[in-house]
Design a binder for this molecule. Structure first.
Ligand SMILES: *Cc1c(COP(=O)(O)O)cnc(C)c1O
Length: 360
C-alpha cells in the first residue's frame, strides 16, 4: 500500500470547467475570478474576497493593506510554514516570534511581553486547521491598537464560535496550493470586511493600476488565471463534502488511537477543526523512528514542522535557541498522518493497525 499525505481531488467538473475557460479564449482575469470571489465571500460571510496567485502573495497583500513599513514588528508564531514570516520580511519588517501552546497555535498569554513601540500587527496562524484563540488575542490587539491578520491558509471552512476562518481579524489569507483543503494547483485568497483595505489590495495586486494605465500606487502582479479560478470554484462547491470526510477520518483516528501509550492526540477545543493535518505527538523520543517505519509500510507520514522558524538558518538570531521551549519541544514530537478526504476505509484501518503495532 502507498498512502500519500495529500491527494488533491480532481473531478470531472474541474476538468470541464478548465476546458470551458480554454474554449472561451479568455484566460486572463475576468468573469470566473469574480464569480469565485463572490461565492467565497458568501461562504465565509465576509464582505470582500480577493483571489490572488498564492497564499504567500495573499499574506503580502494583507500586510500591504496595513501599511507595514521597514522596521515595523509583527508578532507571529515560530511553528508555521516559513511563508508566514517571509511575508513580513518582504516589507523589511521584523517577525517577532512568540511561543505556542499545547494546541500548536500562538500562546496569547505570551504575546504582551513581546509588544514594543514598533509592533504594528499580530499574525496568528490557524495551524493544521484549528483556529487561533481569537477572543484572547483580539483583546490584546484592541488594547494596543494593532492590526490582526489571520493566516488561515490551512483552515478554510473552520469555525470558531460559529465564525468562519477568514473573519477573525482585520484581514485573512488563504492558500489554494495543491495540498490544501480546497485547491487550484496554486492560488490564494484575501478576505476582509473593510472596503478601504479591499480597495488598496485590488490596486496592489494589479501592479498598482486601478483602471488601465492609471497607476494609483505601488503594486505587483499577484493575479491568477481564469483556469485556476475555475478549478477553485468547483472545489468550493465540494467543500462541505471534502471537509466532512476529513473530519470523519480524524474522528476515526481519535477513537481508534485513544489510549495508546506515549501518544498525545490533537484536540478540537470545542471548535470546528477542519484537519488540514491530523497531527499527533509521540512523547517517548521515538518520533523519527516511527516516521521511518511508517514510510517503510508505505504510509507517507510527515513532520510539520521539523524546525521552529527561529532555529532555521534564515531566522537564526530572531529568537535564541531555548527561548521558545514549547515550539522547540513539539517540533521533536509531532507527526502528521494522512487524513485527506480520499483516504479509503482500508487505508484508514491500515494506518491505525500500523501505528498500534509501532507504538505498542
Ligand atoms: C500553505 C501555507 C502558506 C503559503 O501558501 P502558498 O500558497 O504555498 O504560498 C502560508 N502559511 C501557511 C500556514 C500555509 O500552510
Amino acid at each position: 500500500m502507498e498512502i500519500p499525505i495529500a491527494r488533491p481531488f480532481i473531478g470531472e467538473e474541474e476538468k470541464r470547467a478548465v476546458l470551458k475557460v480554454l474554449e472561451s479564449g479568455r484566460l486572463f482575469q475576468g468573469k470566473v475570478v469574480k464569480e469565485f470571489e463572490e461565492a467565497f465571500a458568501r461562504f465565509c460571510k465576509v464582505q470582500h474576497a480577493i483571489l490572488v496567485s498564492s497564499g504567500t502573495s495573499a499574506l503580502i497583500a494583507a500586510l500591504y493593506a496595513c501599511g507595514l513599513k521597514e522596521g515595523d514588528e509583527v508578532i507571529t508564531t515560530p511553528f508555521t510554514f516559513i511563508a508566514t514570516a517571509n511575508a513580513i520580511m518582504y516589507f523589511k519588517a521584523k517577525p517577532v516570534f512568540v511561543d505556542i501552546g499545547e494546541d500548536f497555535n500562538i500562546d496569547p498569554s505570551k504575546i504582551e511581553e513581546k509588544i514594543t513601540k514598533r509592533t504594528r500587527a499580530i499574525l496568528p496562524v490557524d495551524l493544521y486547521g484549528l483556529q487561533y484563540d481569537y477572543d484572547a488575542i483580539k483583546r490584546i490587539a484592541d488594547k494596543h491598537k494593532l492590526f490582526l491578520i489571520e493566516d488561515a491558509c490551512q483552515a478554510v471552512g473552520a469555525e470558531y464560535q460559529g465564525r468562519k476562518a477568514g473573519t477573525l481579524g482585520d484581514l485573512a489569507a488563504f492558500s489554494l496550493q495543491e495540498s490544501k483543503n480546497i485547491m487550484s494547483g496554486e492560488g490564494g485568497i484575501i478576505t476582509t470586511n473593510n472596503p478601504e483595505y479591499a480597495g488598496k489590495i485590488r490596486d496592489f495586486i494589479n501592479i498598482g493600476q486601478r483602471t488601465k494605465y492609471d497607476y494609483v500606487g505601488y503594486g505587483l502582479n499577484f493575479r491568477i488565471t481564469e483556469m485556476q479560478a475555475a478549478i477553485a470554484l468547483e472545489q468550493l462547491k465540494r467543500i462541505e463534502v471534502l471537509t466532512k470526510k476529513r473530519i470523519e477520518n480524524a474522528h476515526y483516528f481519535l477513537k481508534e488511537l485513544a489510549g495508546l501509550p506515549n501518544v498525545i492526540l490533537p484536540s478540537e477545543k470545542g471548535t470546528k477543526h477542519v484537519f488540514h493535518q491530523f497531527t499527533l505527538r509521540i512523547t517517548n523520543g521515538k518520533r523519527d523512528l516511527i516516521l521511518q517505519k511508517l514510510g517503510e509500510k508505505g504510509i507517507a507520514a510527515r513532520v510539520y514542522y521539523p524546525q521552529p522558524l527561529h532555529l532555521t538558518t534564515l531566522y537564526k538570531g530572531y529568537s535564541a535557541e531555548g527561548s521558545l521551549p514549547v515550539a522547540e519541544q513539539l517540533a521533536k514530537e509531532v507527526i502528521s498522518i494522512p487524513v485527506h478526504p480520499q483516504l479509503t476505509r482500508e487505508e484508514r484501518e491500515y494506518i491505525v493497525k500500523s501505528l498500534r503495532e509501532l507504538l505498542a
